[in-house]
Design a protein around this ligand. Structure first.
Ligand code: F0G
Length: 469
């Protein structure tokens, strides 16, 4: 018989009893109920985060770990989901009807070629592209749509560069909500757009960029029938933070020195930072991994801000800047992170500084080459995800990460999310700046793998293979 695990009173049932939504700004700190439909602080407009209730004493940490591990043998959908498996740390009642596609449980791969490319002895890549809709967004969307249903919303909306949209469309379809999606017209990969159409979402293609779409979303959020599912919504972050829990289980609770993630709207880095912080507070880990966030050079407002921080800012972390200069016309072929005004920048910056990590940027060429190398490991990912390997290579070259340190990169999207980019790279036709009359800058296909036409005979095929061996 399975061992009965008794949880401390404060976590029995759920953390819901004393959970609140709290403004993160030190000078405000206002708290709101967990079922209040707000996205930013009503008092000061600051960002909100969920504060889970009182946490169990550190010595009970091992029991929580055991409980999570025991769920691996269960057939309850909440136990199969790699998000709801950690429900003691999620702000929902025990009996809440969860909207799940059995997200999470993504693989952690050894990536020897990518490691060598970076100058590391070892590198592991956690592939969030193996989620149901092919990106990390699903781990947050399951929580956001569960909350939307609980609040009685009719329509869930998001602005998106494509992946949030596909995820929202799928989870809304599962729950019976209408999905309304604002996409920057002509700037989303065809594969991602196709997913949203197939899942039945109302897709609005907006004349403008992602940041314009995001502004519209903040206006739409006032409508009582509408629920905003962007990562400005703290429930998205709650779902996404469980990736830190799953990763630590896969690492057998040995904390990596660095966790490296792409940065766009900055929800993912915020969520990972929060997840690790909670594990630390619970005594489940004894230190934080350094969070390394990587932006594309043409869409890197936070990397720019980070580079200007003083050693005092980095040490204390208490008085971080309250403003960030946005990038007016962000530009990158990694369209998922083509964002000039990330909404969660303050939370992300706090998490990075608190962990002793950094925020940097990489070029289009560095992204493209790193992506091809990840492919050669038999893993593959979409362009934005490859900022991780490109960024790590840069950090090692700069002596900021040592060869022997342990590193985990989070790949955020599947290789099939943007097949046009992959095809152009290997055919030698990838270039940036082709639109709006701007001069086109070609990207070199350093690791091109070009298909060859071969005569329809065994001899011709064998001859061709011998030549390419
Ligand atoms: N990687 C991929 C594949 C993404 O789709 C995104 C964001 C990011 C990284 C950046 O994560 O925004 O949490 O910092 N995509 C959003 C979208 C913006 O609409 O799909 P972030």
């Amino acid at each position: 018989m399975a061992e009965k695990i008794v949880l401390p009173a404060s976590v029995e049932g759920q953390a819901i009893e004393n959970a609140v939504q709290r403004c993160i700004l030190a000078e405000c700190g206002a708290a709101y109920g967990i079922r209040e439909r707000i996205y930013v602080c009503s008092r000061c407009g600051g960002p909100l985060e969920i504060e889970i209730g009182s946490v169990p004493a550190a010595k009970r940490g091992a029991e929580l770990r055991k409980l999570w591990a025991a769920r691996a043998a269960s057939h309850d959908p909440r136990d199969i989901s790699g998000v709801w498996r950690y429900r003691e740390l999620l702000p929902f009642e025990d009996g809440a009807a969860v909207v799940t596609l059995l997200e999470g449980h993504t693989p952690l791969y050894d990536a020897p070629r990518s490691a060598e490319y970076c100058g590391l002895a070892h590198l592991r890549l956690k592939h969030q592209g193996c989620n149901p809709t092919g990106s990390f967004k699903d781990t947050g969307m399951t929580a956001a749509i569960t909350q939307a249903v609980l609040l009685g919303a009719r329509t869930a909306v998001c602005a998106s560069t494509g992946n949030t949209a596909a995820s929202l469309a799928a989870y809304a379809a599962r729950s019976g909500l209408q999905a309304a999606i604002l996409l920057p017209y002509g700037q989303v990969s065809a594969a991602k757009l196709a997913q949203s159409l197939d899942y039945g979402a109302a897709v609005c293609e907006i004349e403008g960029n992602f940041d314009d779409c995001m502004c519209l979303i903040q206006e739409l959020g006032d409508d009582p029938a509408i629920y905003v599912a962007n990562s400005i919504n703290p429930f998205r972050i709650e779902g996404q933070k469980t990736v830190a829990f799953e990763l630590m289980e896969q690492c057998e609770w040995r904390v990596p020195d660095h966790v490296v993630v792409p940065g766009g709207n900055m929800g993912n880095s915020t969520a990972l930072g929060k997840g690790f912080q909670e594990l630390l507070a619970l005594g489940l880990i004894d230190r934080l991994p350094k969070l390394q966030v990587v932006q594309a050079e043409g869409a890197a407002p936070l990397a720019r801000l980070f580079a200007a921080l003083t050693p005092g800012d980095l040490r204390g972390g208490a008085h971080l800047p309250s403003r960030m200069a946005t990038v007016e016309n962000p530009s990158t072929l990694a369209t998922a992170i083509k964002i000039g005004a990330p909404v969660s920048w303050q939370k992300s910056l706090r998490a990075v500084v608190g962990s002793g990590g950094s925020i940097l940027s990489v070029t289009e060429q560095e992204i493209a080459d790193a992506k091809a190398i990840i492919g050669r490991d038999g893993i593959g990912c979409e362009p934005a995800s490859a900022t991780t390997v490109a960024g790590m290579k840069k950090l090692v070259a700069a002596g900021r990460v040592r060869r022997e340190e342990s590193v985990v990169g989070v790949l955020t999207g599947h290789v099939l999310k943007d097949p046009d980019y992959v095809s152009r790279y290997h055919h030698g036709t990838l270039a940036i700046g082709e639109k709006n009359g701007a001069a086109s800058r070609p990207i070199a296909s350093t690791f091109a793998n070009v298909p060859e036409r071969v005569a329809a005979s065994k001899a011709a095929i064998l001859e061709n293979l011998a030549r390419r061996r």
